[in-house]
Ligand binder design. Structure first.
Ligand code: ZN
Length: 68
Protein backbone atom coordinates (compact mmCIF):
# COMPACT_ATOMS: atom_id res chain seq x y z
CA UNK A 1 0.00 0.00 0.00
CA UNK A 2 2.41 2.66 -1.15
CA UNK A 3 0.25 4.97 -3.20
CA UNK A 4 1.46 8.53 -3.56
CA UNK A 5 -1.71 10.57 -3.89
CA UNK A 6 -1.33 13.93 -5.59
CA UNK A 7 -3.72 16.54 -6.90
CA UNK A 8 -4.66 15.73 -10.48
CA UNK A 9 -4.23 11.99 -10.12
CA UNK A 10 -7.09 9.66 -10.99
CA UNK A 11 -7.86 7.13 -8.30
CA UNK A 12 -9.91 4.00 -8.99
CA UNK A 13 -11.96 2.87 -6.00
CA UNK A 14 -13.36 -0.58 -5.29
CA UNK A 15 -16.86 0.76 -4.82
CA UNK A 16 -18.52 2.37 -7.80
CA UNK A 17 -20.53 5.56 -7.67
CA UNK A 18 -24.27 5.28 -8.45
CA UNK A 19 -23.51 6.82 -11.87
CA UNK A 20 -21.41 3.76 -12.72
CA UNK A 21 -17.93 5.28 -12.56
CA UNK A 22 -15.20 4.05 -10.23
CA UNK A 23 -12.71 6.74 -11.18
CA UNK A 24 -12.24 9.92 -9.20
CA UNK A 25 -10.02 12.91 -9.83
CA UNK A 26 -8.14 14.11 -6.76
CA UNK A 27 -8.81 17.79 -6.17
CA UNK A 28 -7.29 18.10 -2.71
CA UNK A 29 -5.18 15.90 -0.48
CA UNK A 30 -4.75 15.97 3.30
CA UNK A 31 -6.40 14.25 6.24
CA UNK A 32 -9.50 14.42 4.05
CA UNK A 33 -9.45 14.20 0.28
CA UNK A 34 -11.73 16.03 -2.10
CA UNK A 35 -12.59 13.80 -5.03
CA UNK A 36 -14.53 14.51 -8.21
CA UNK A 37 -16.38 11.68 -9.91
CA UNK A 38 -15.18 11.22 -13.50
CA UNK A 39 -18.62 10.04 -14.51
CA UNK A 40 -20.91 12.77 -13.23
CA UNK A 41 -18.64 15.51 -11.77
CA UNK A 42 -20.08 14.96 -8.29
CA UNK A 43 -17.62 16.05 -5.59
CA UNK A 44 -17.15 14.41 -2.22
CA UNK A 45 -14.99 14.82 0.86
CA UNK A 46 -13.61 11.52 2.12
CA UNK A 47 -11.16 10.57 4.85
CA UNK A 48 -7.70 9.65 3.57
CA UNK A 49 -7.79 6.29 5.33
CA UNK A 50 -11.01 5.41 3.53
CA UNK A 51 -9.42 6.31 0.21
CA UNK A 52 -6.39 4.17 1.03
CA UNK A 53 -8.60 1.30 2.11
CA UNK A 54 -10.69 1.41 -1.06
CA UNK A 55 -8.06 2.21 -3.68
CA UNK A 56 -7.87 -0.26 -6.53
CA UNK A 57 -5.54 1.74 -8.74
CA UNK A 58 -3.95 5.13 -9.20
CA UNK A 59 -3.17 6.92 -12.45
CA UNK A 60 -0.53 9.59 -12.23
CA UNK A 61 -1.90 12.32 -14.41
CA UNK A 62 1.35 14.24 -14.61
CA UNK A 63 3.33 11.24 -15.78
CA UNK A 64 1.06 9.73 -18.39
CA UNK A 65 2.75 11.50 -21.29
CA UNK A 66 6.44 10.84 -20.80
CA UNK A 67 8.55 10.53 -17.69
CA UNK A 68 12.01 12.09 -17.78
ZN1 ZN B 1 -20.64 9.70 -10.32
Amino acid sequence: MGYQYEVGDIVTLKKQHPCGSKEWEILRVGADFRLKCMGCDHQIMIARKLVEKNTKGLSKKGKEAESV
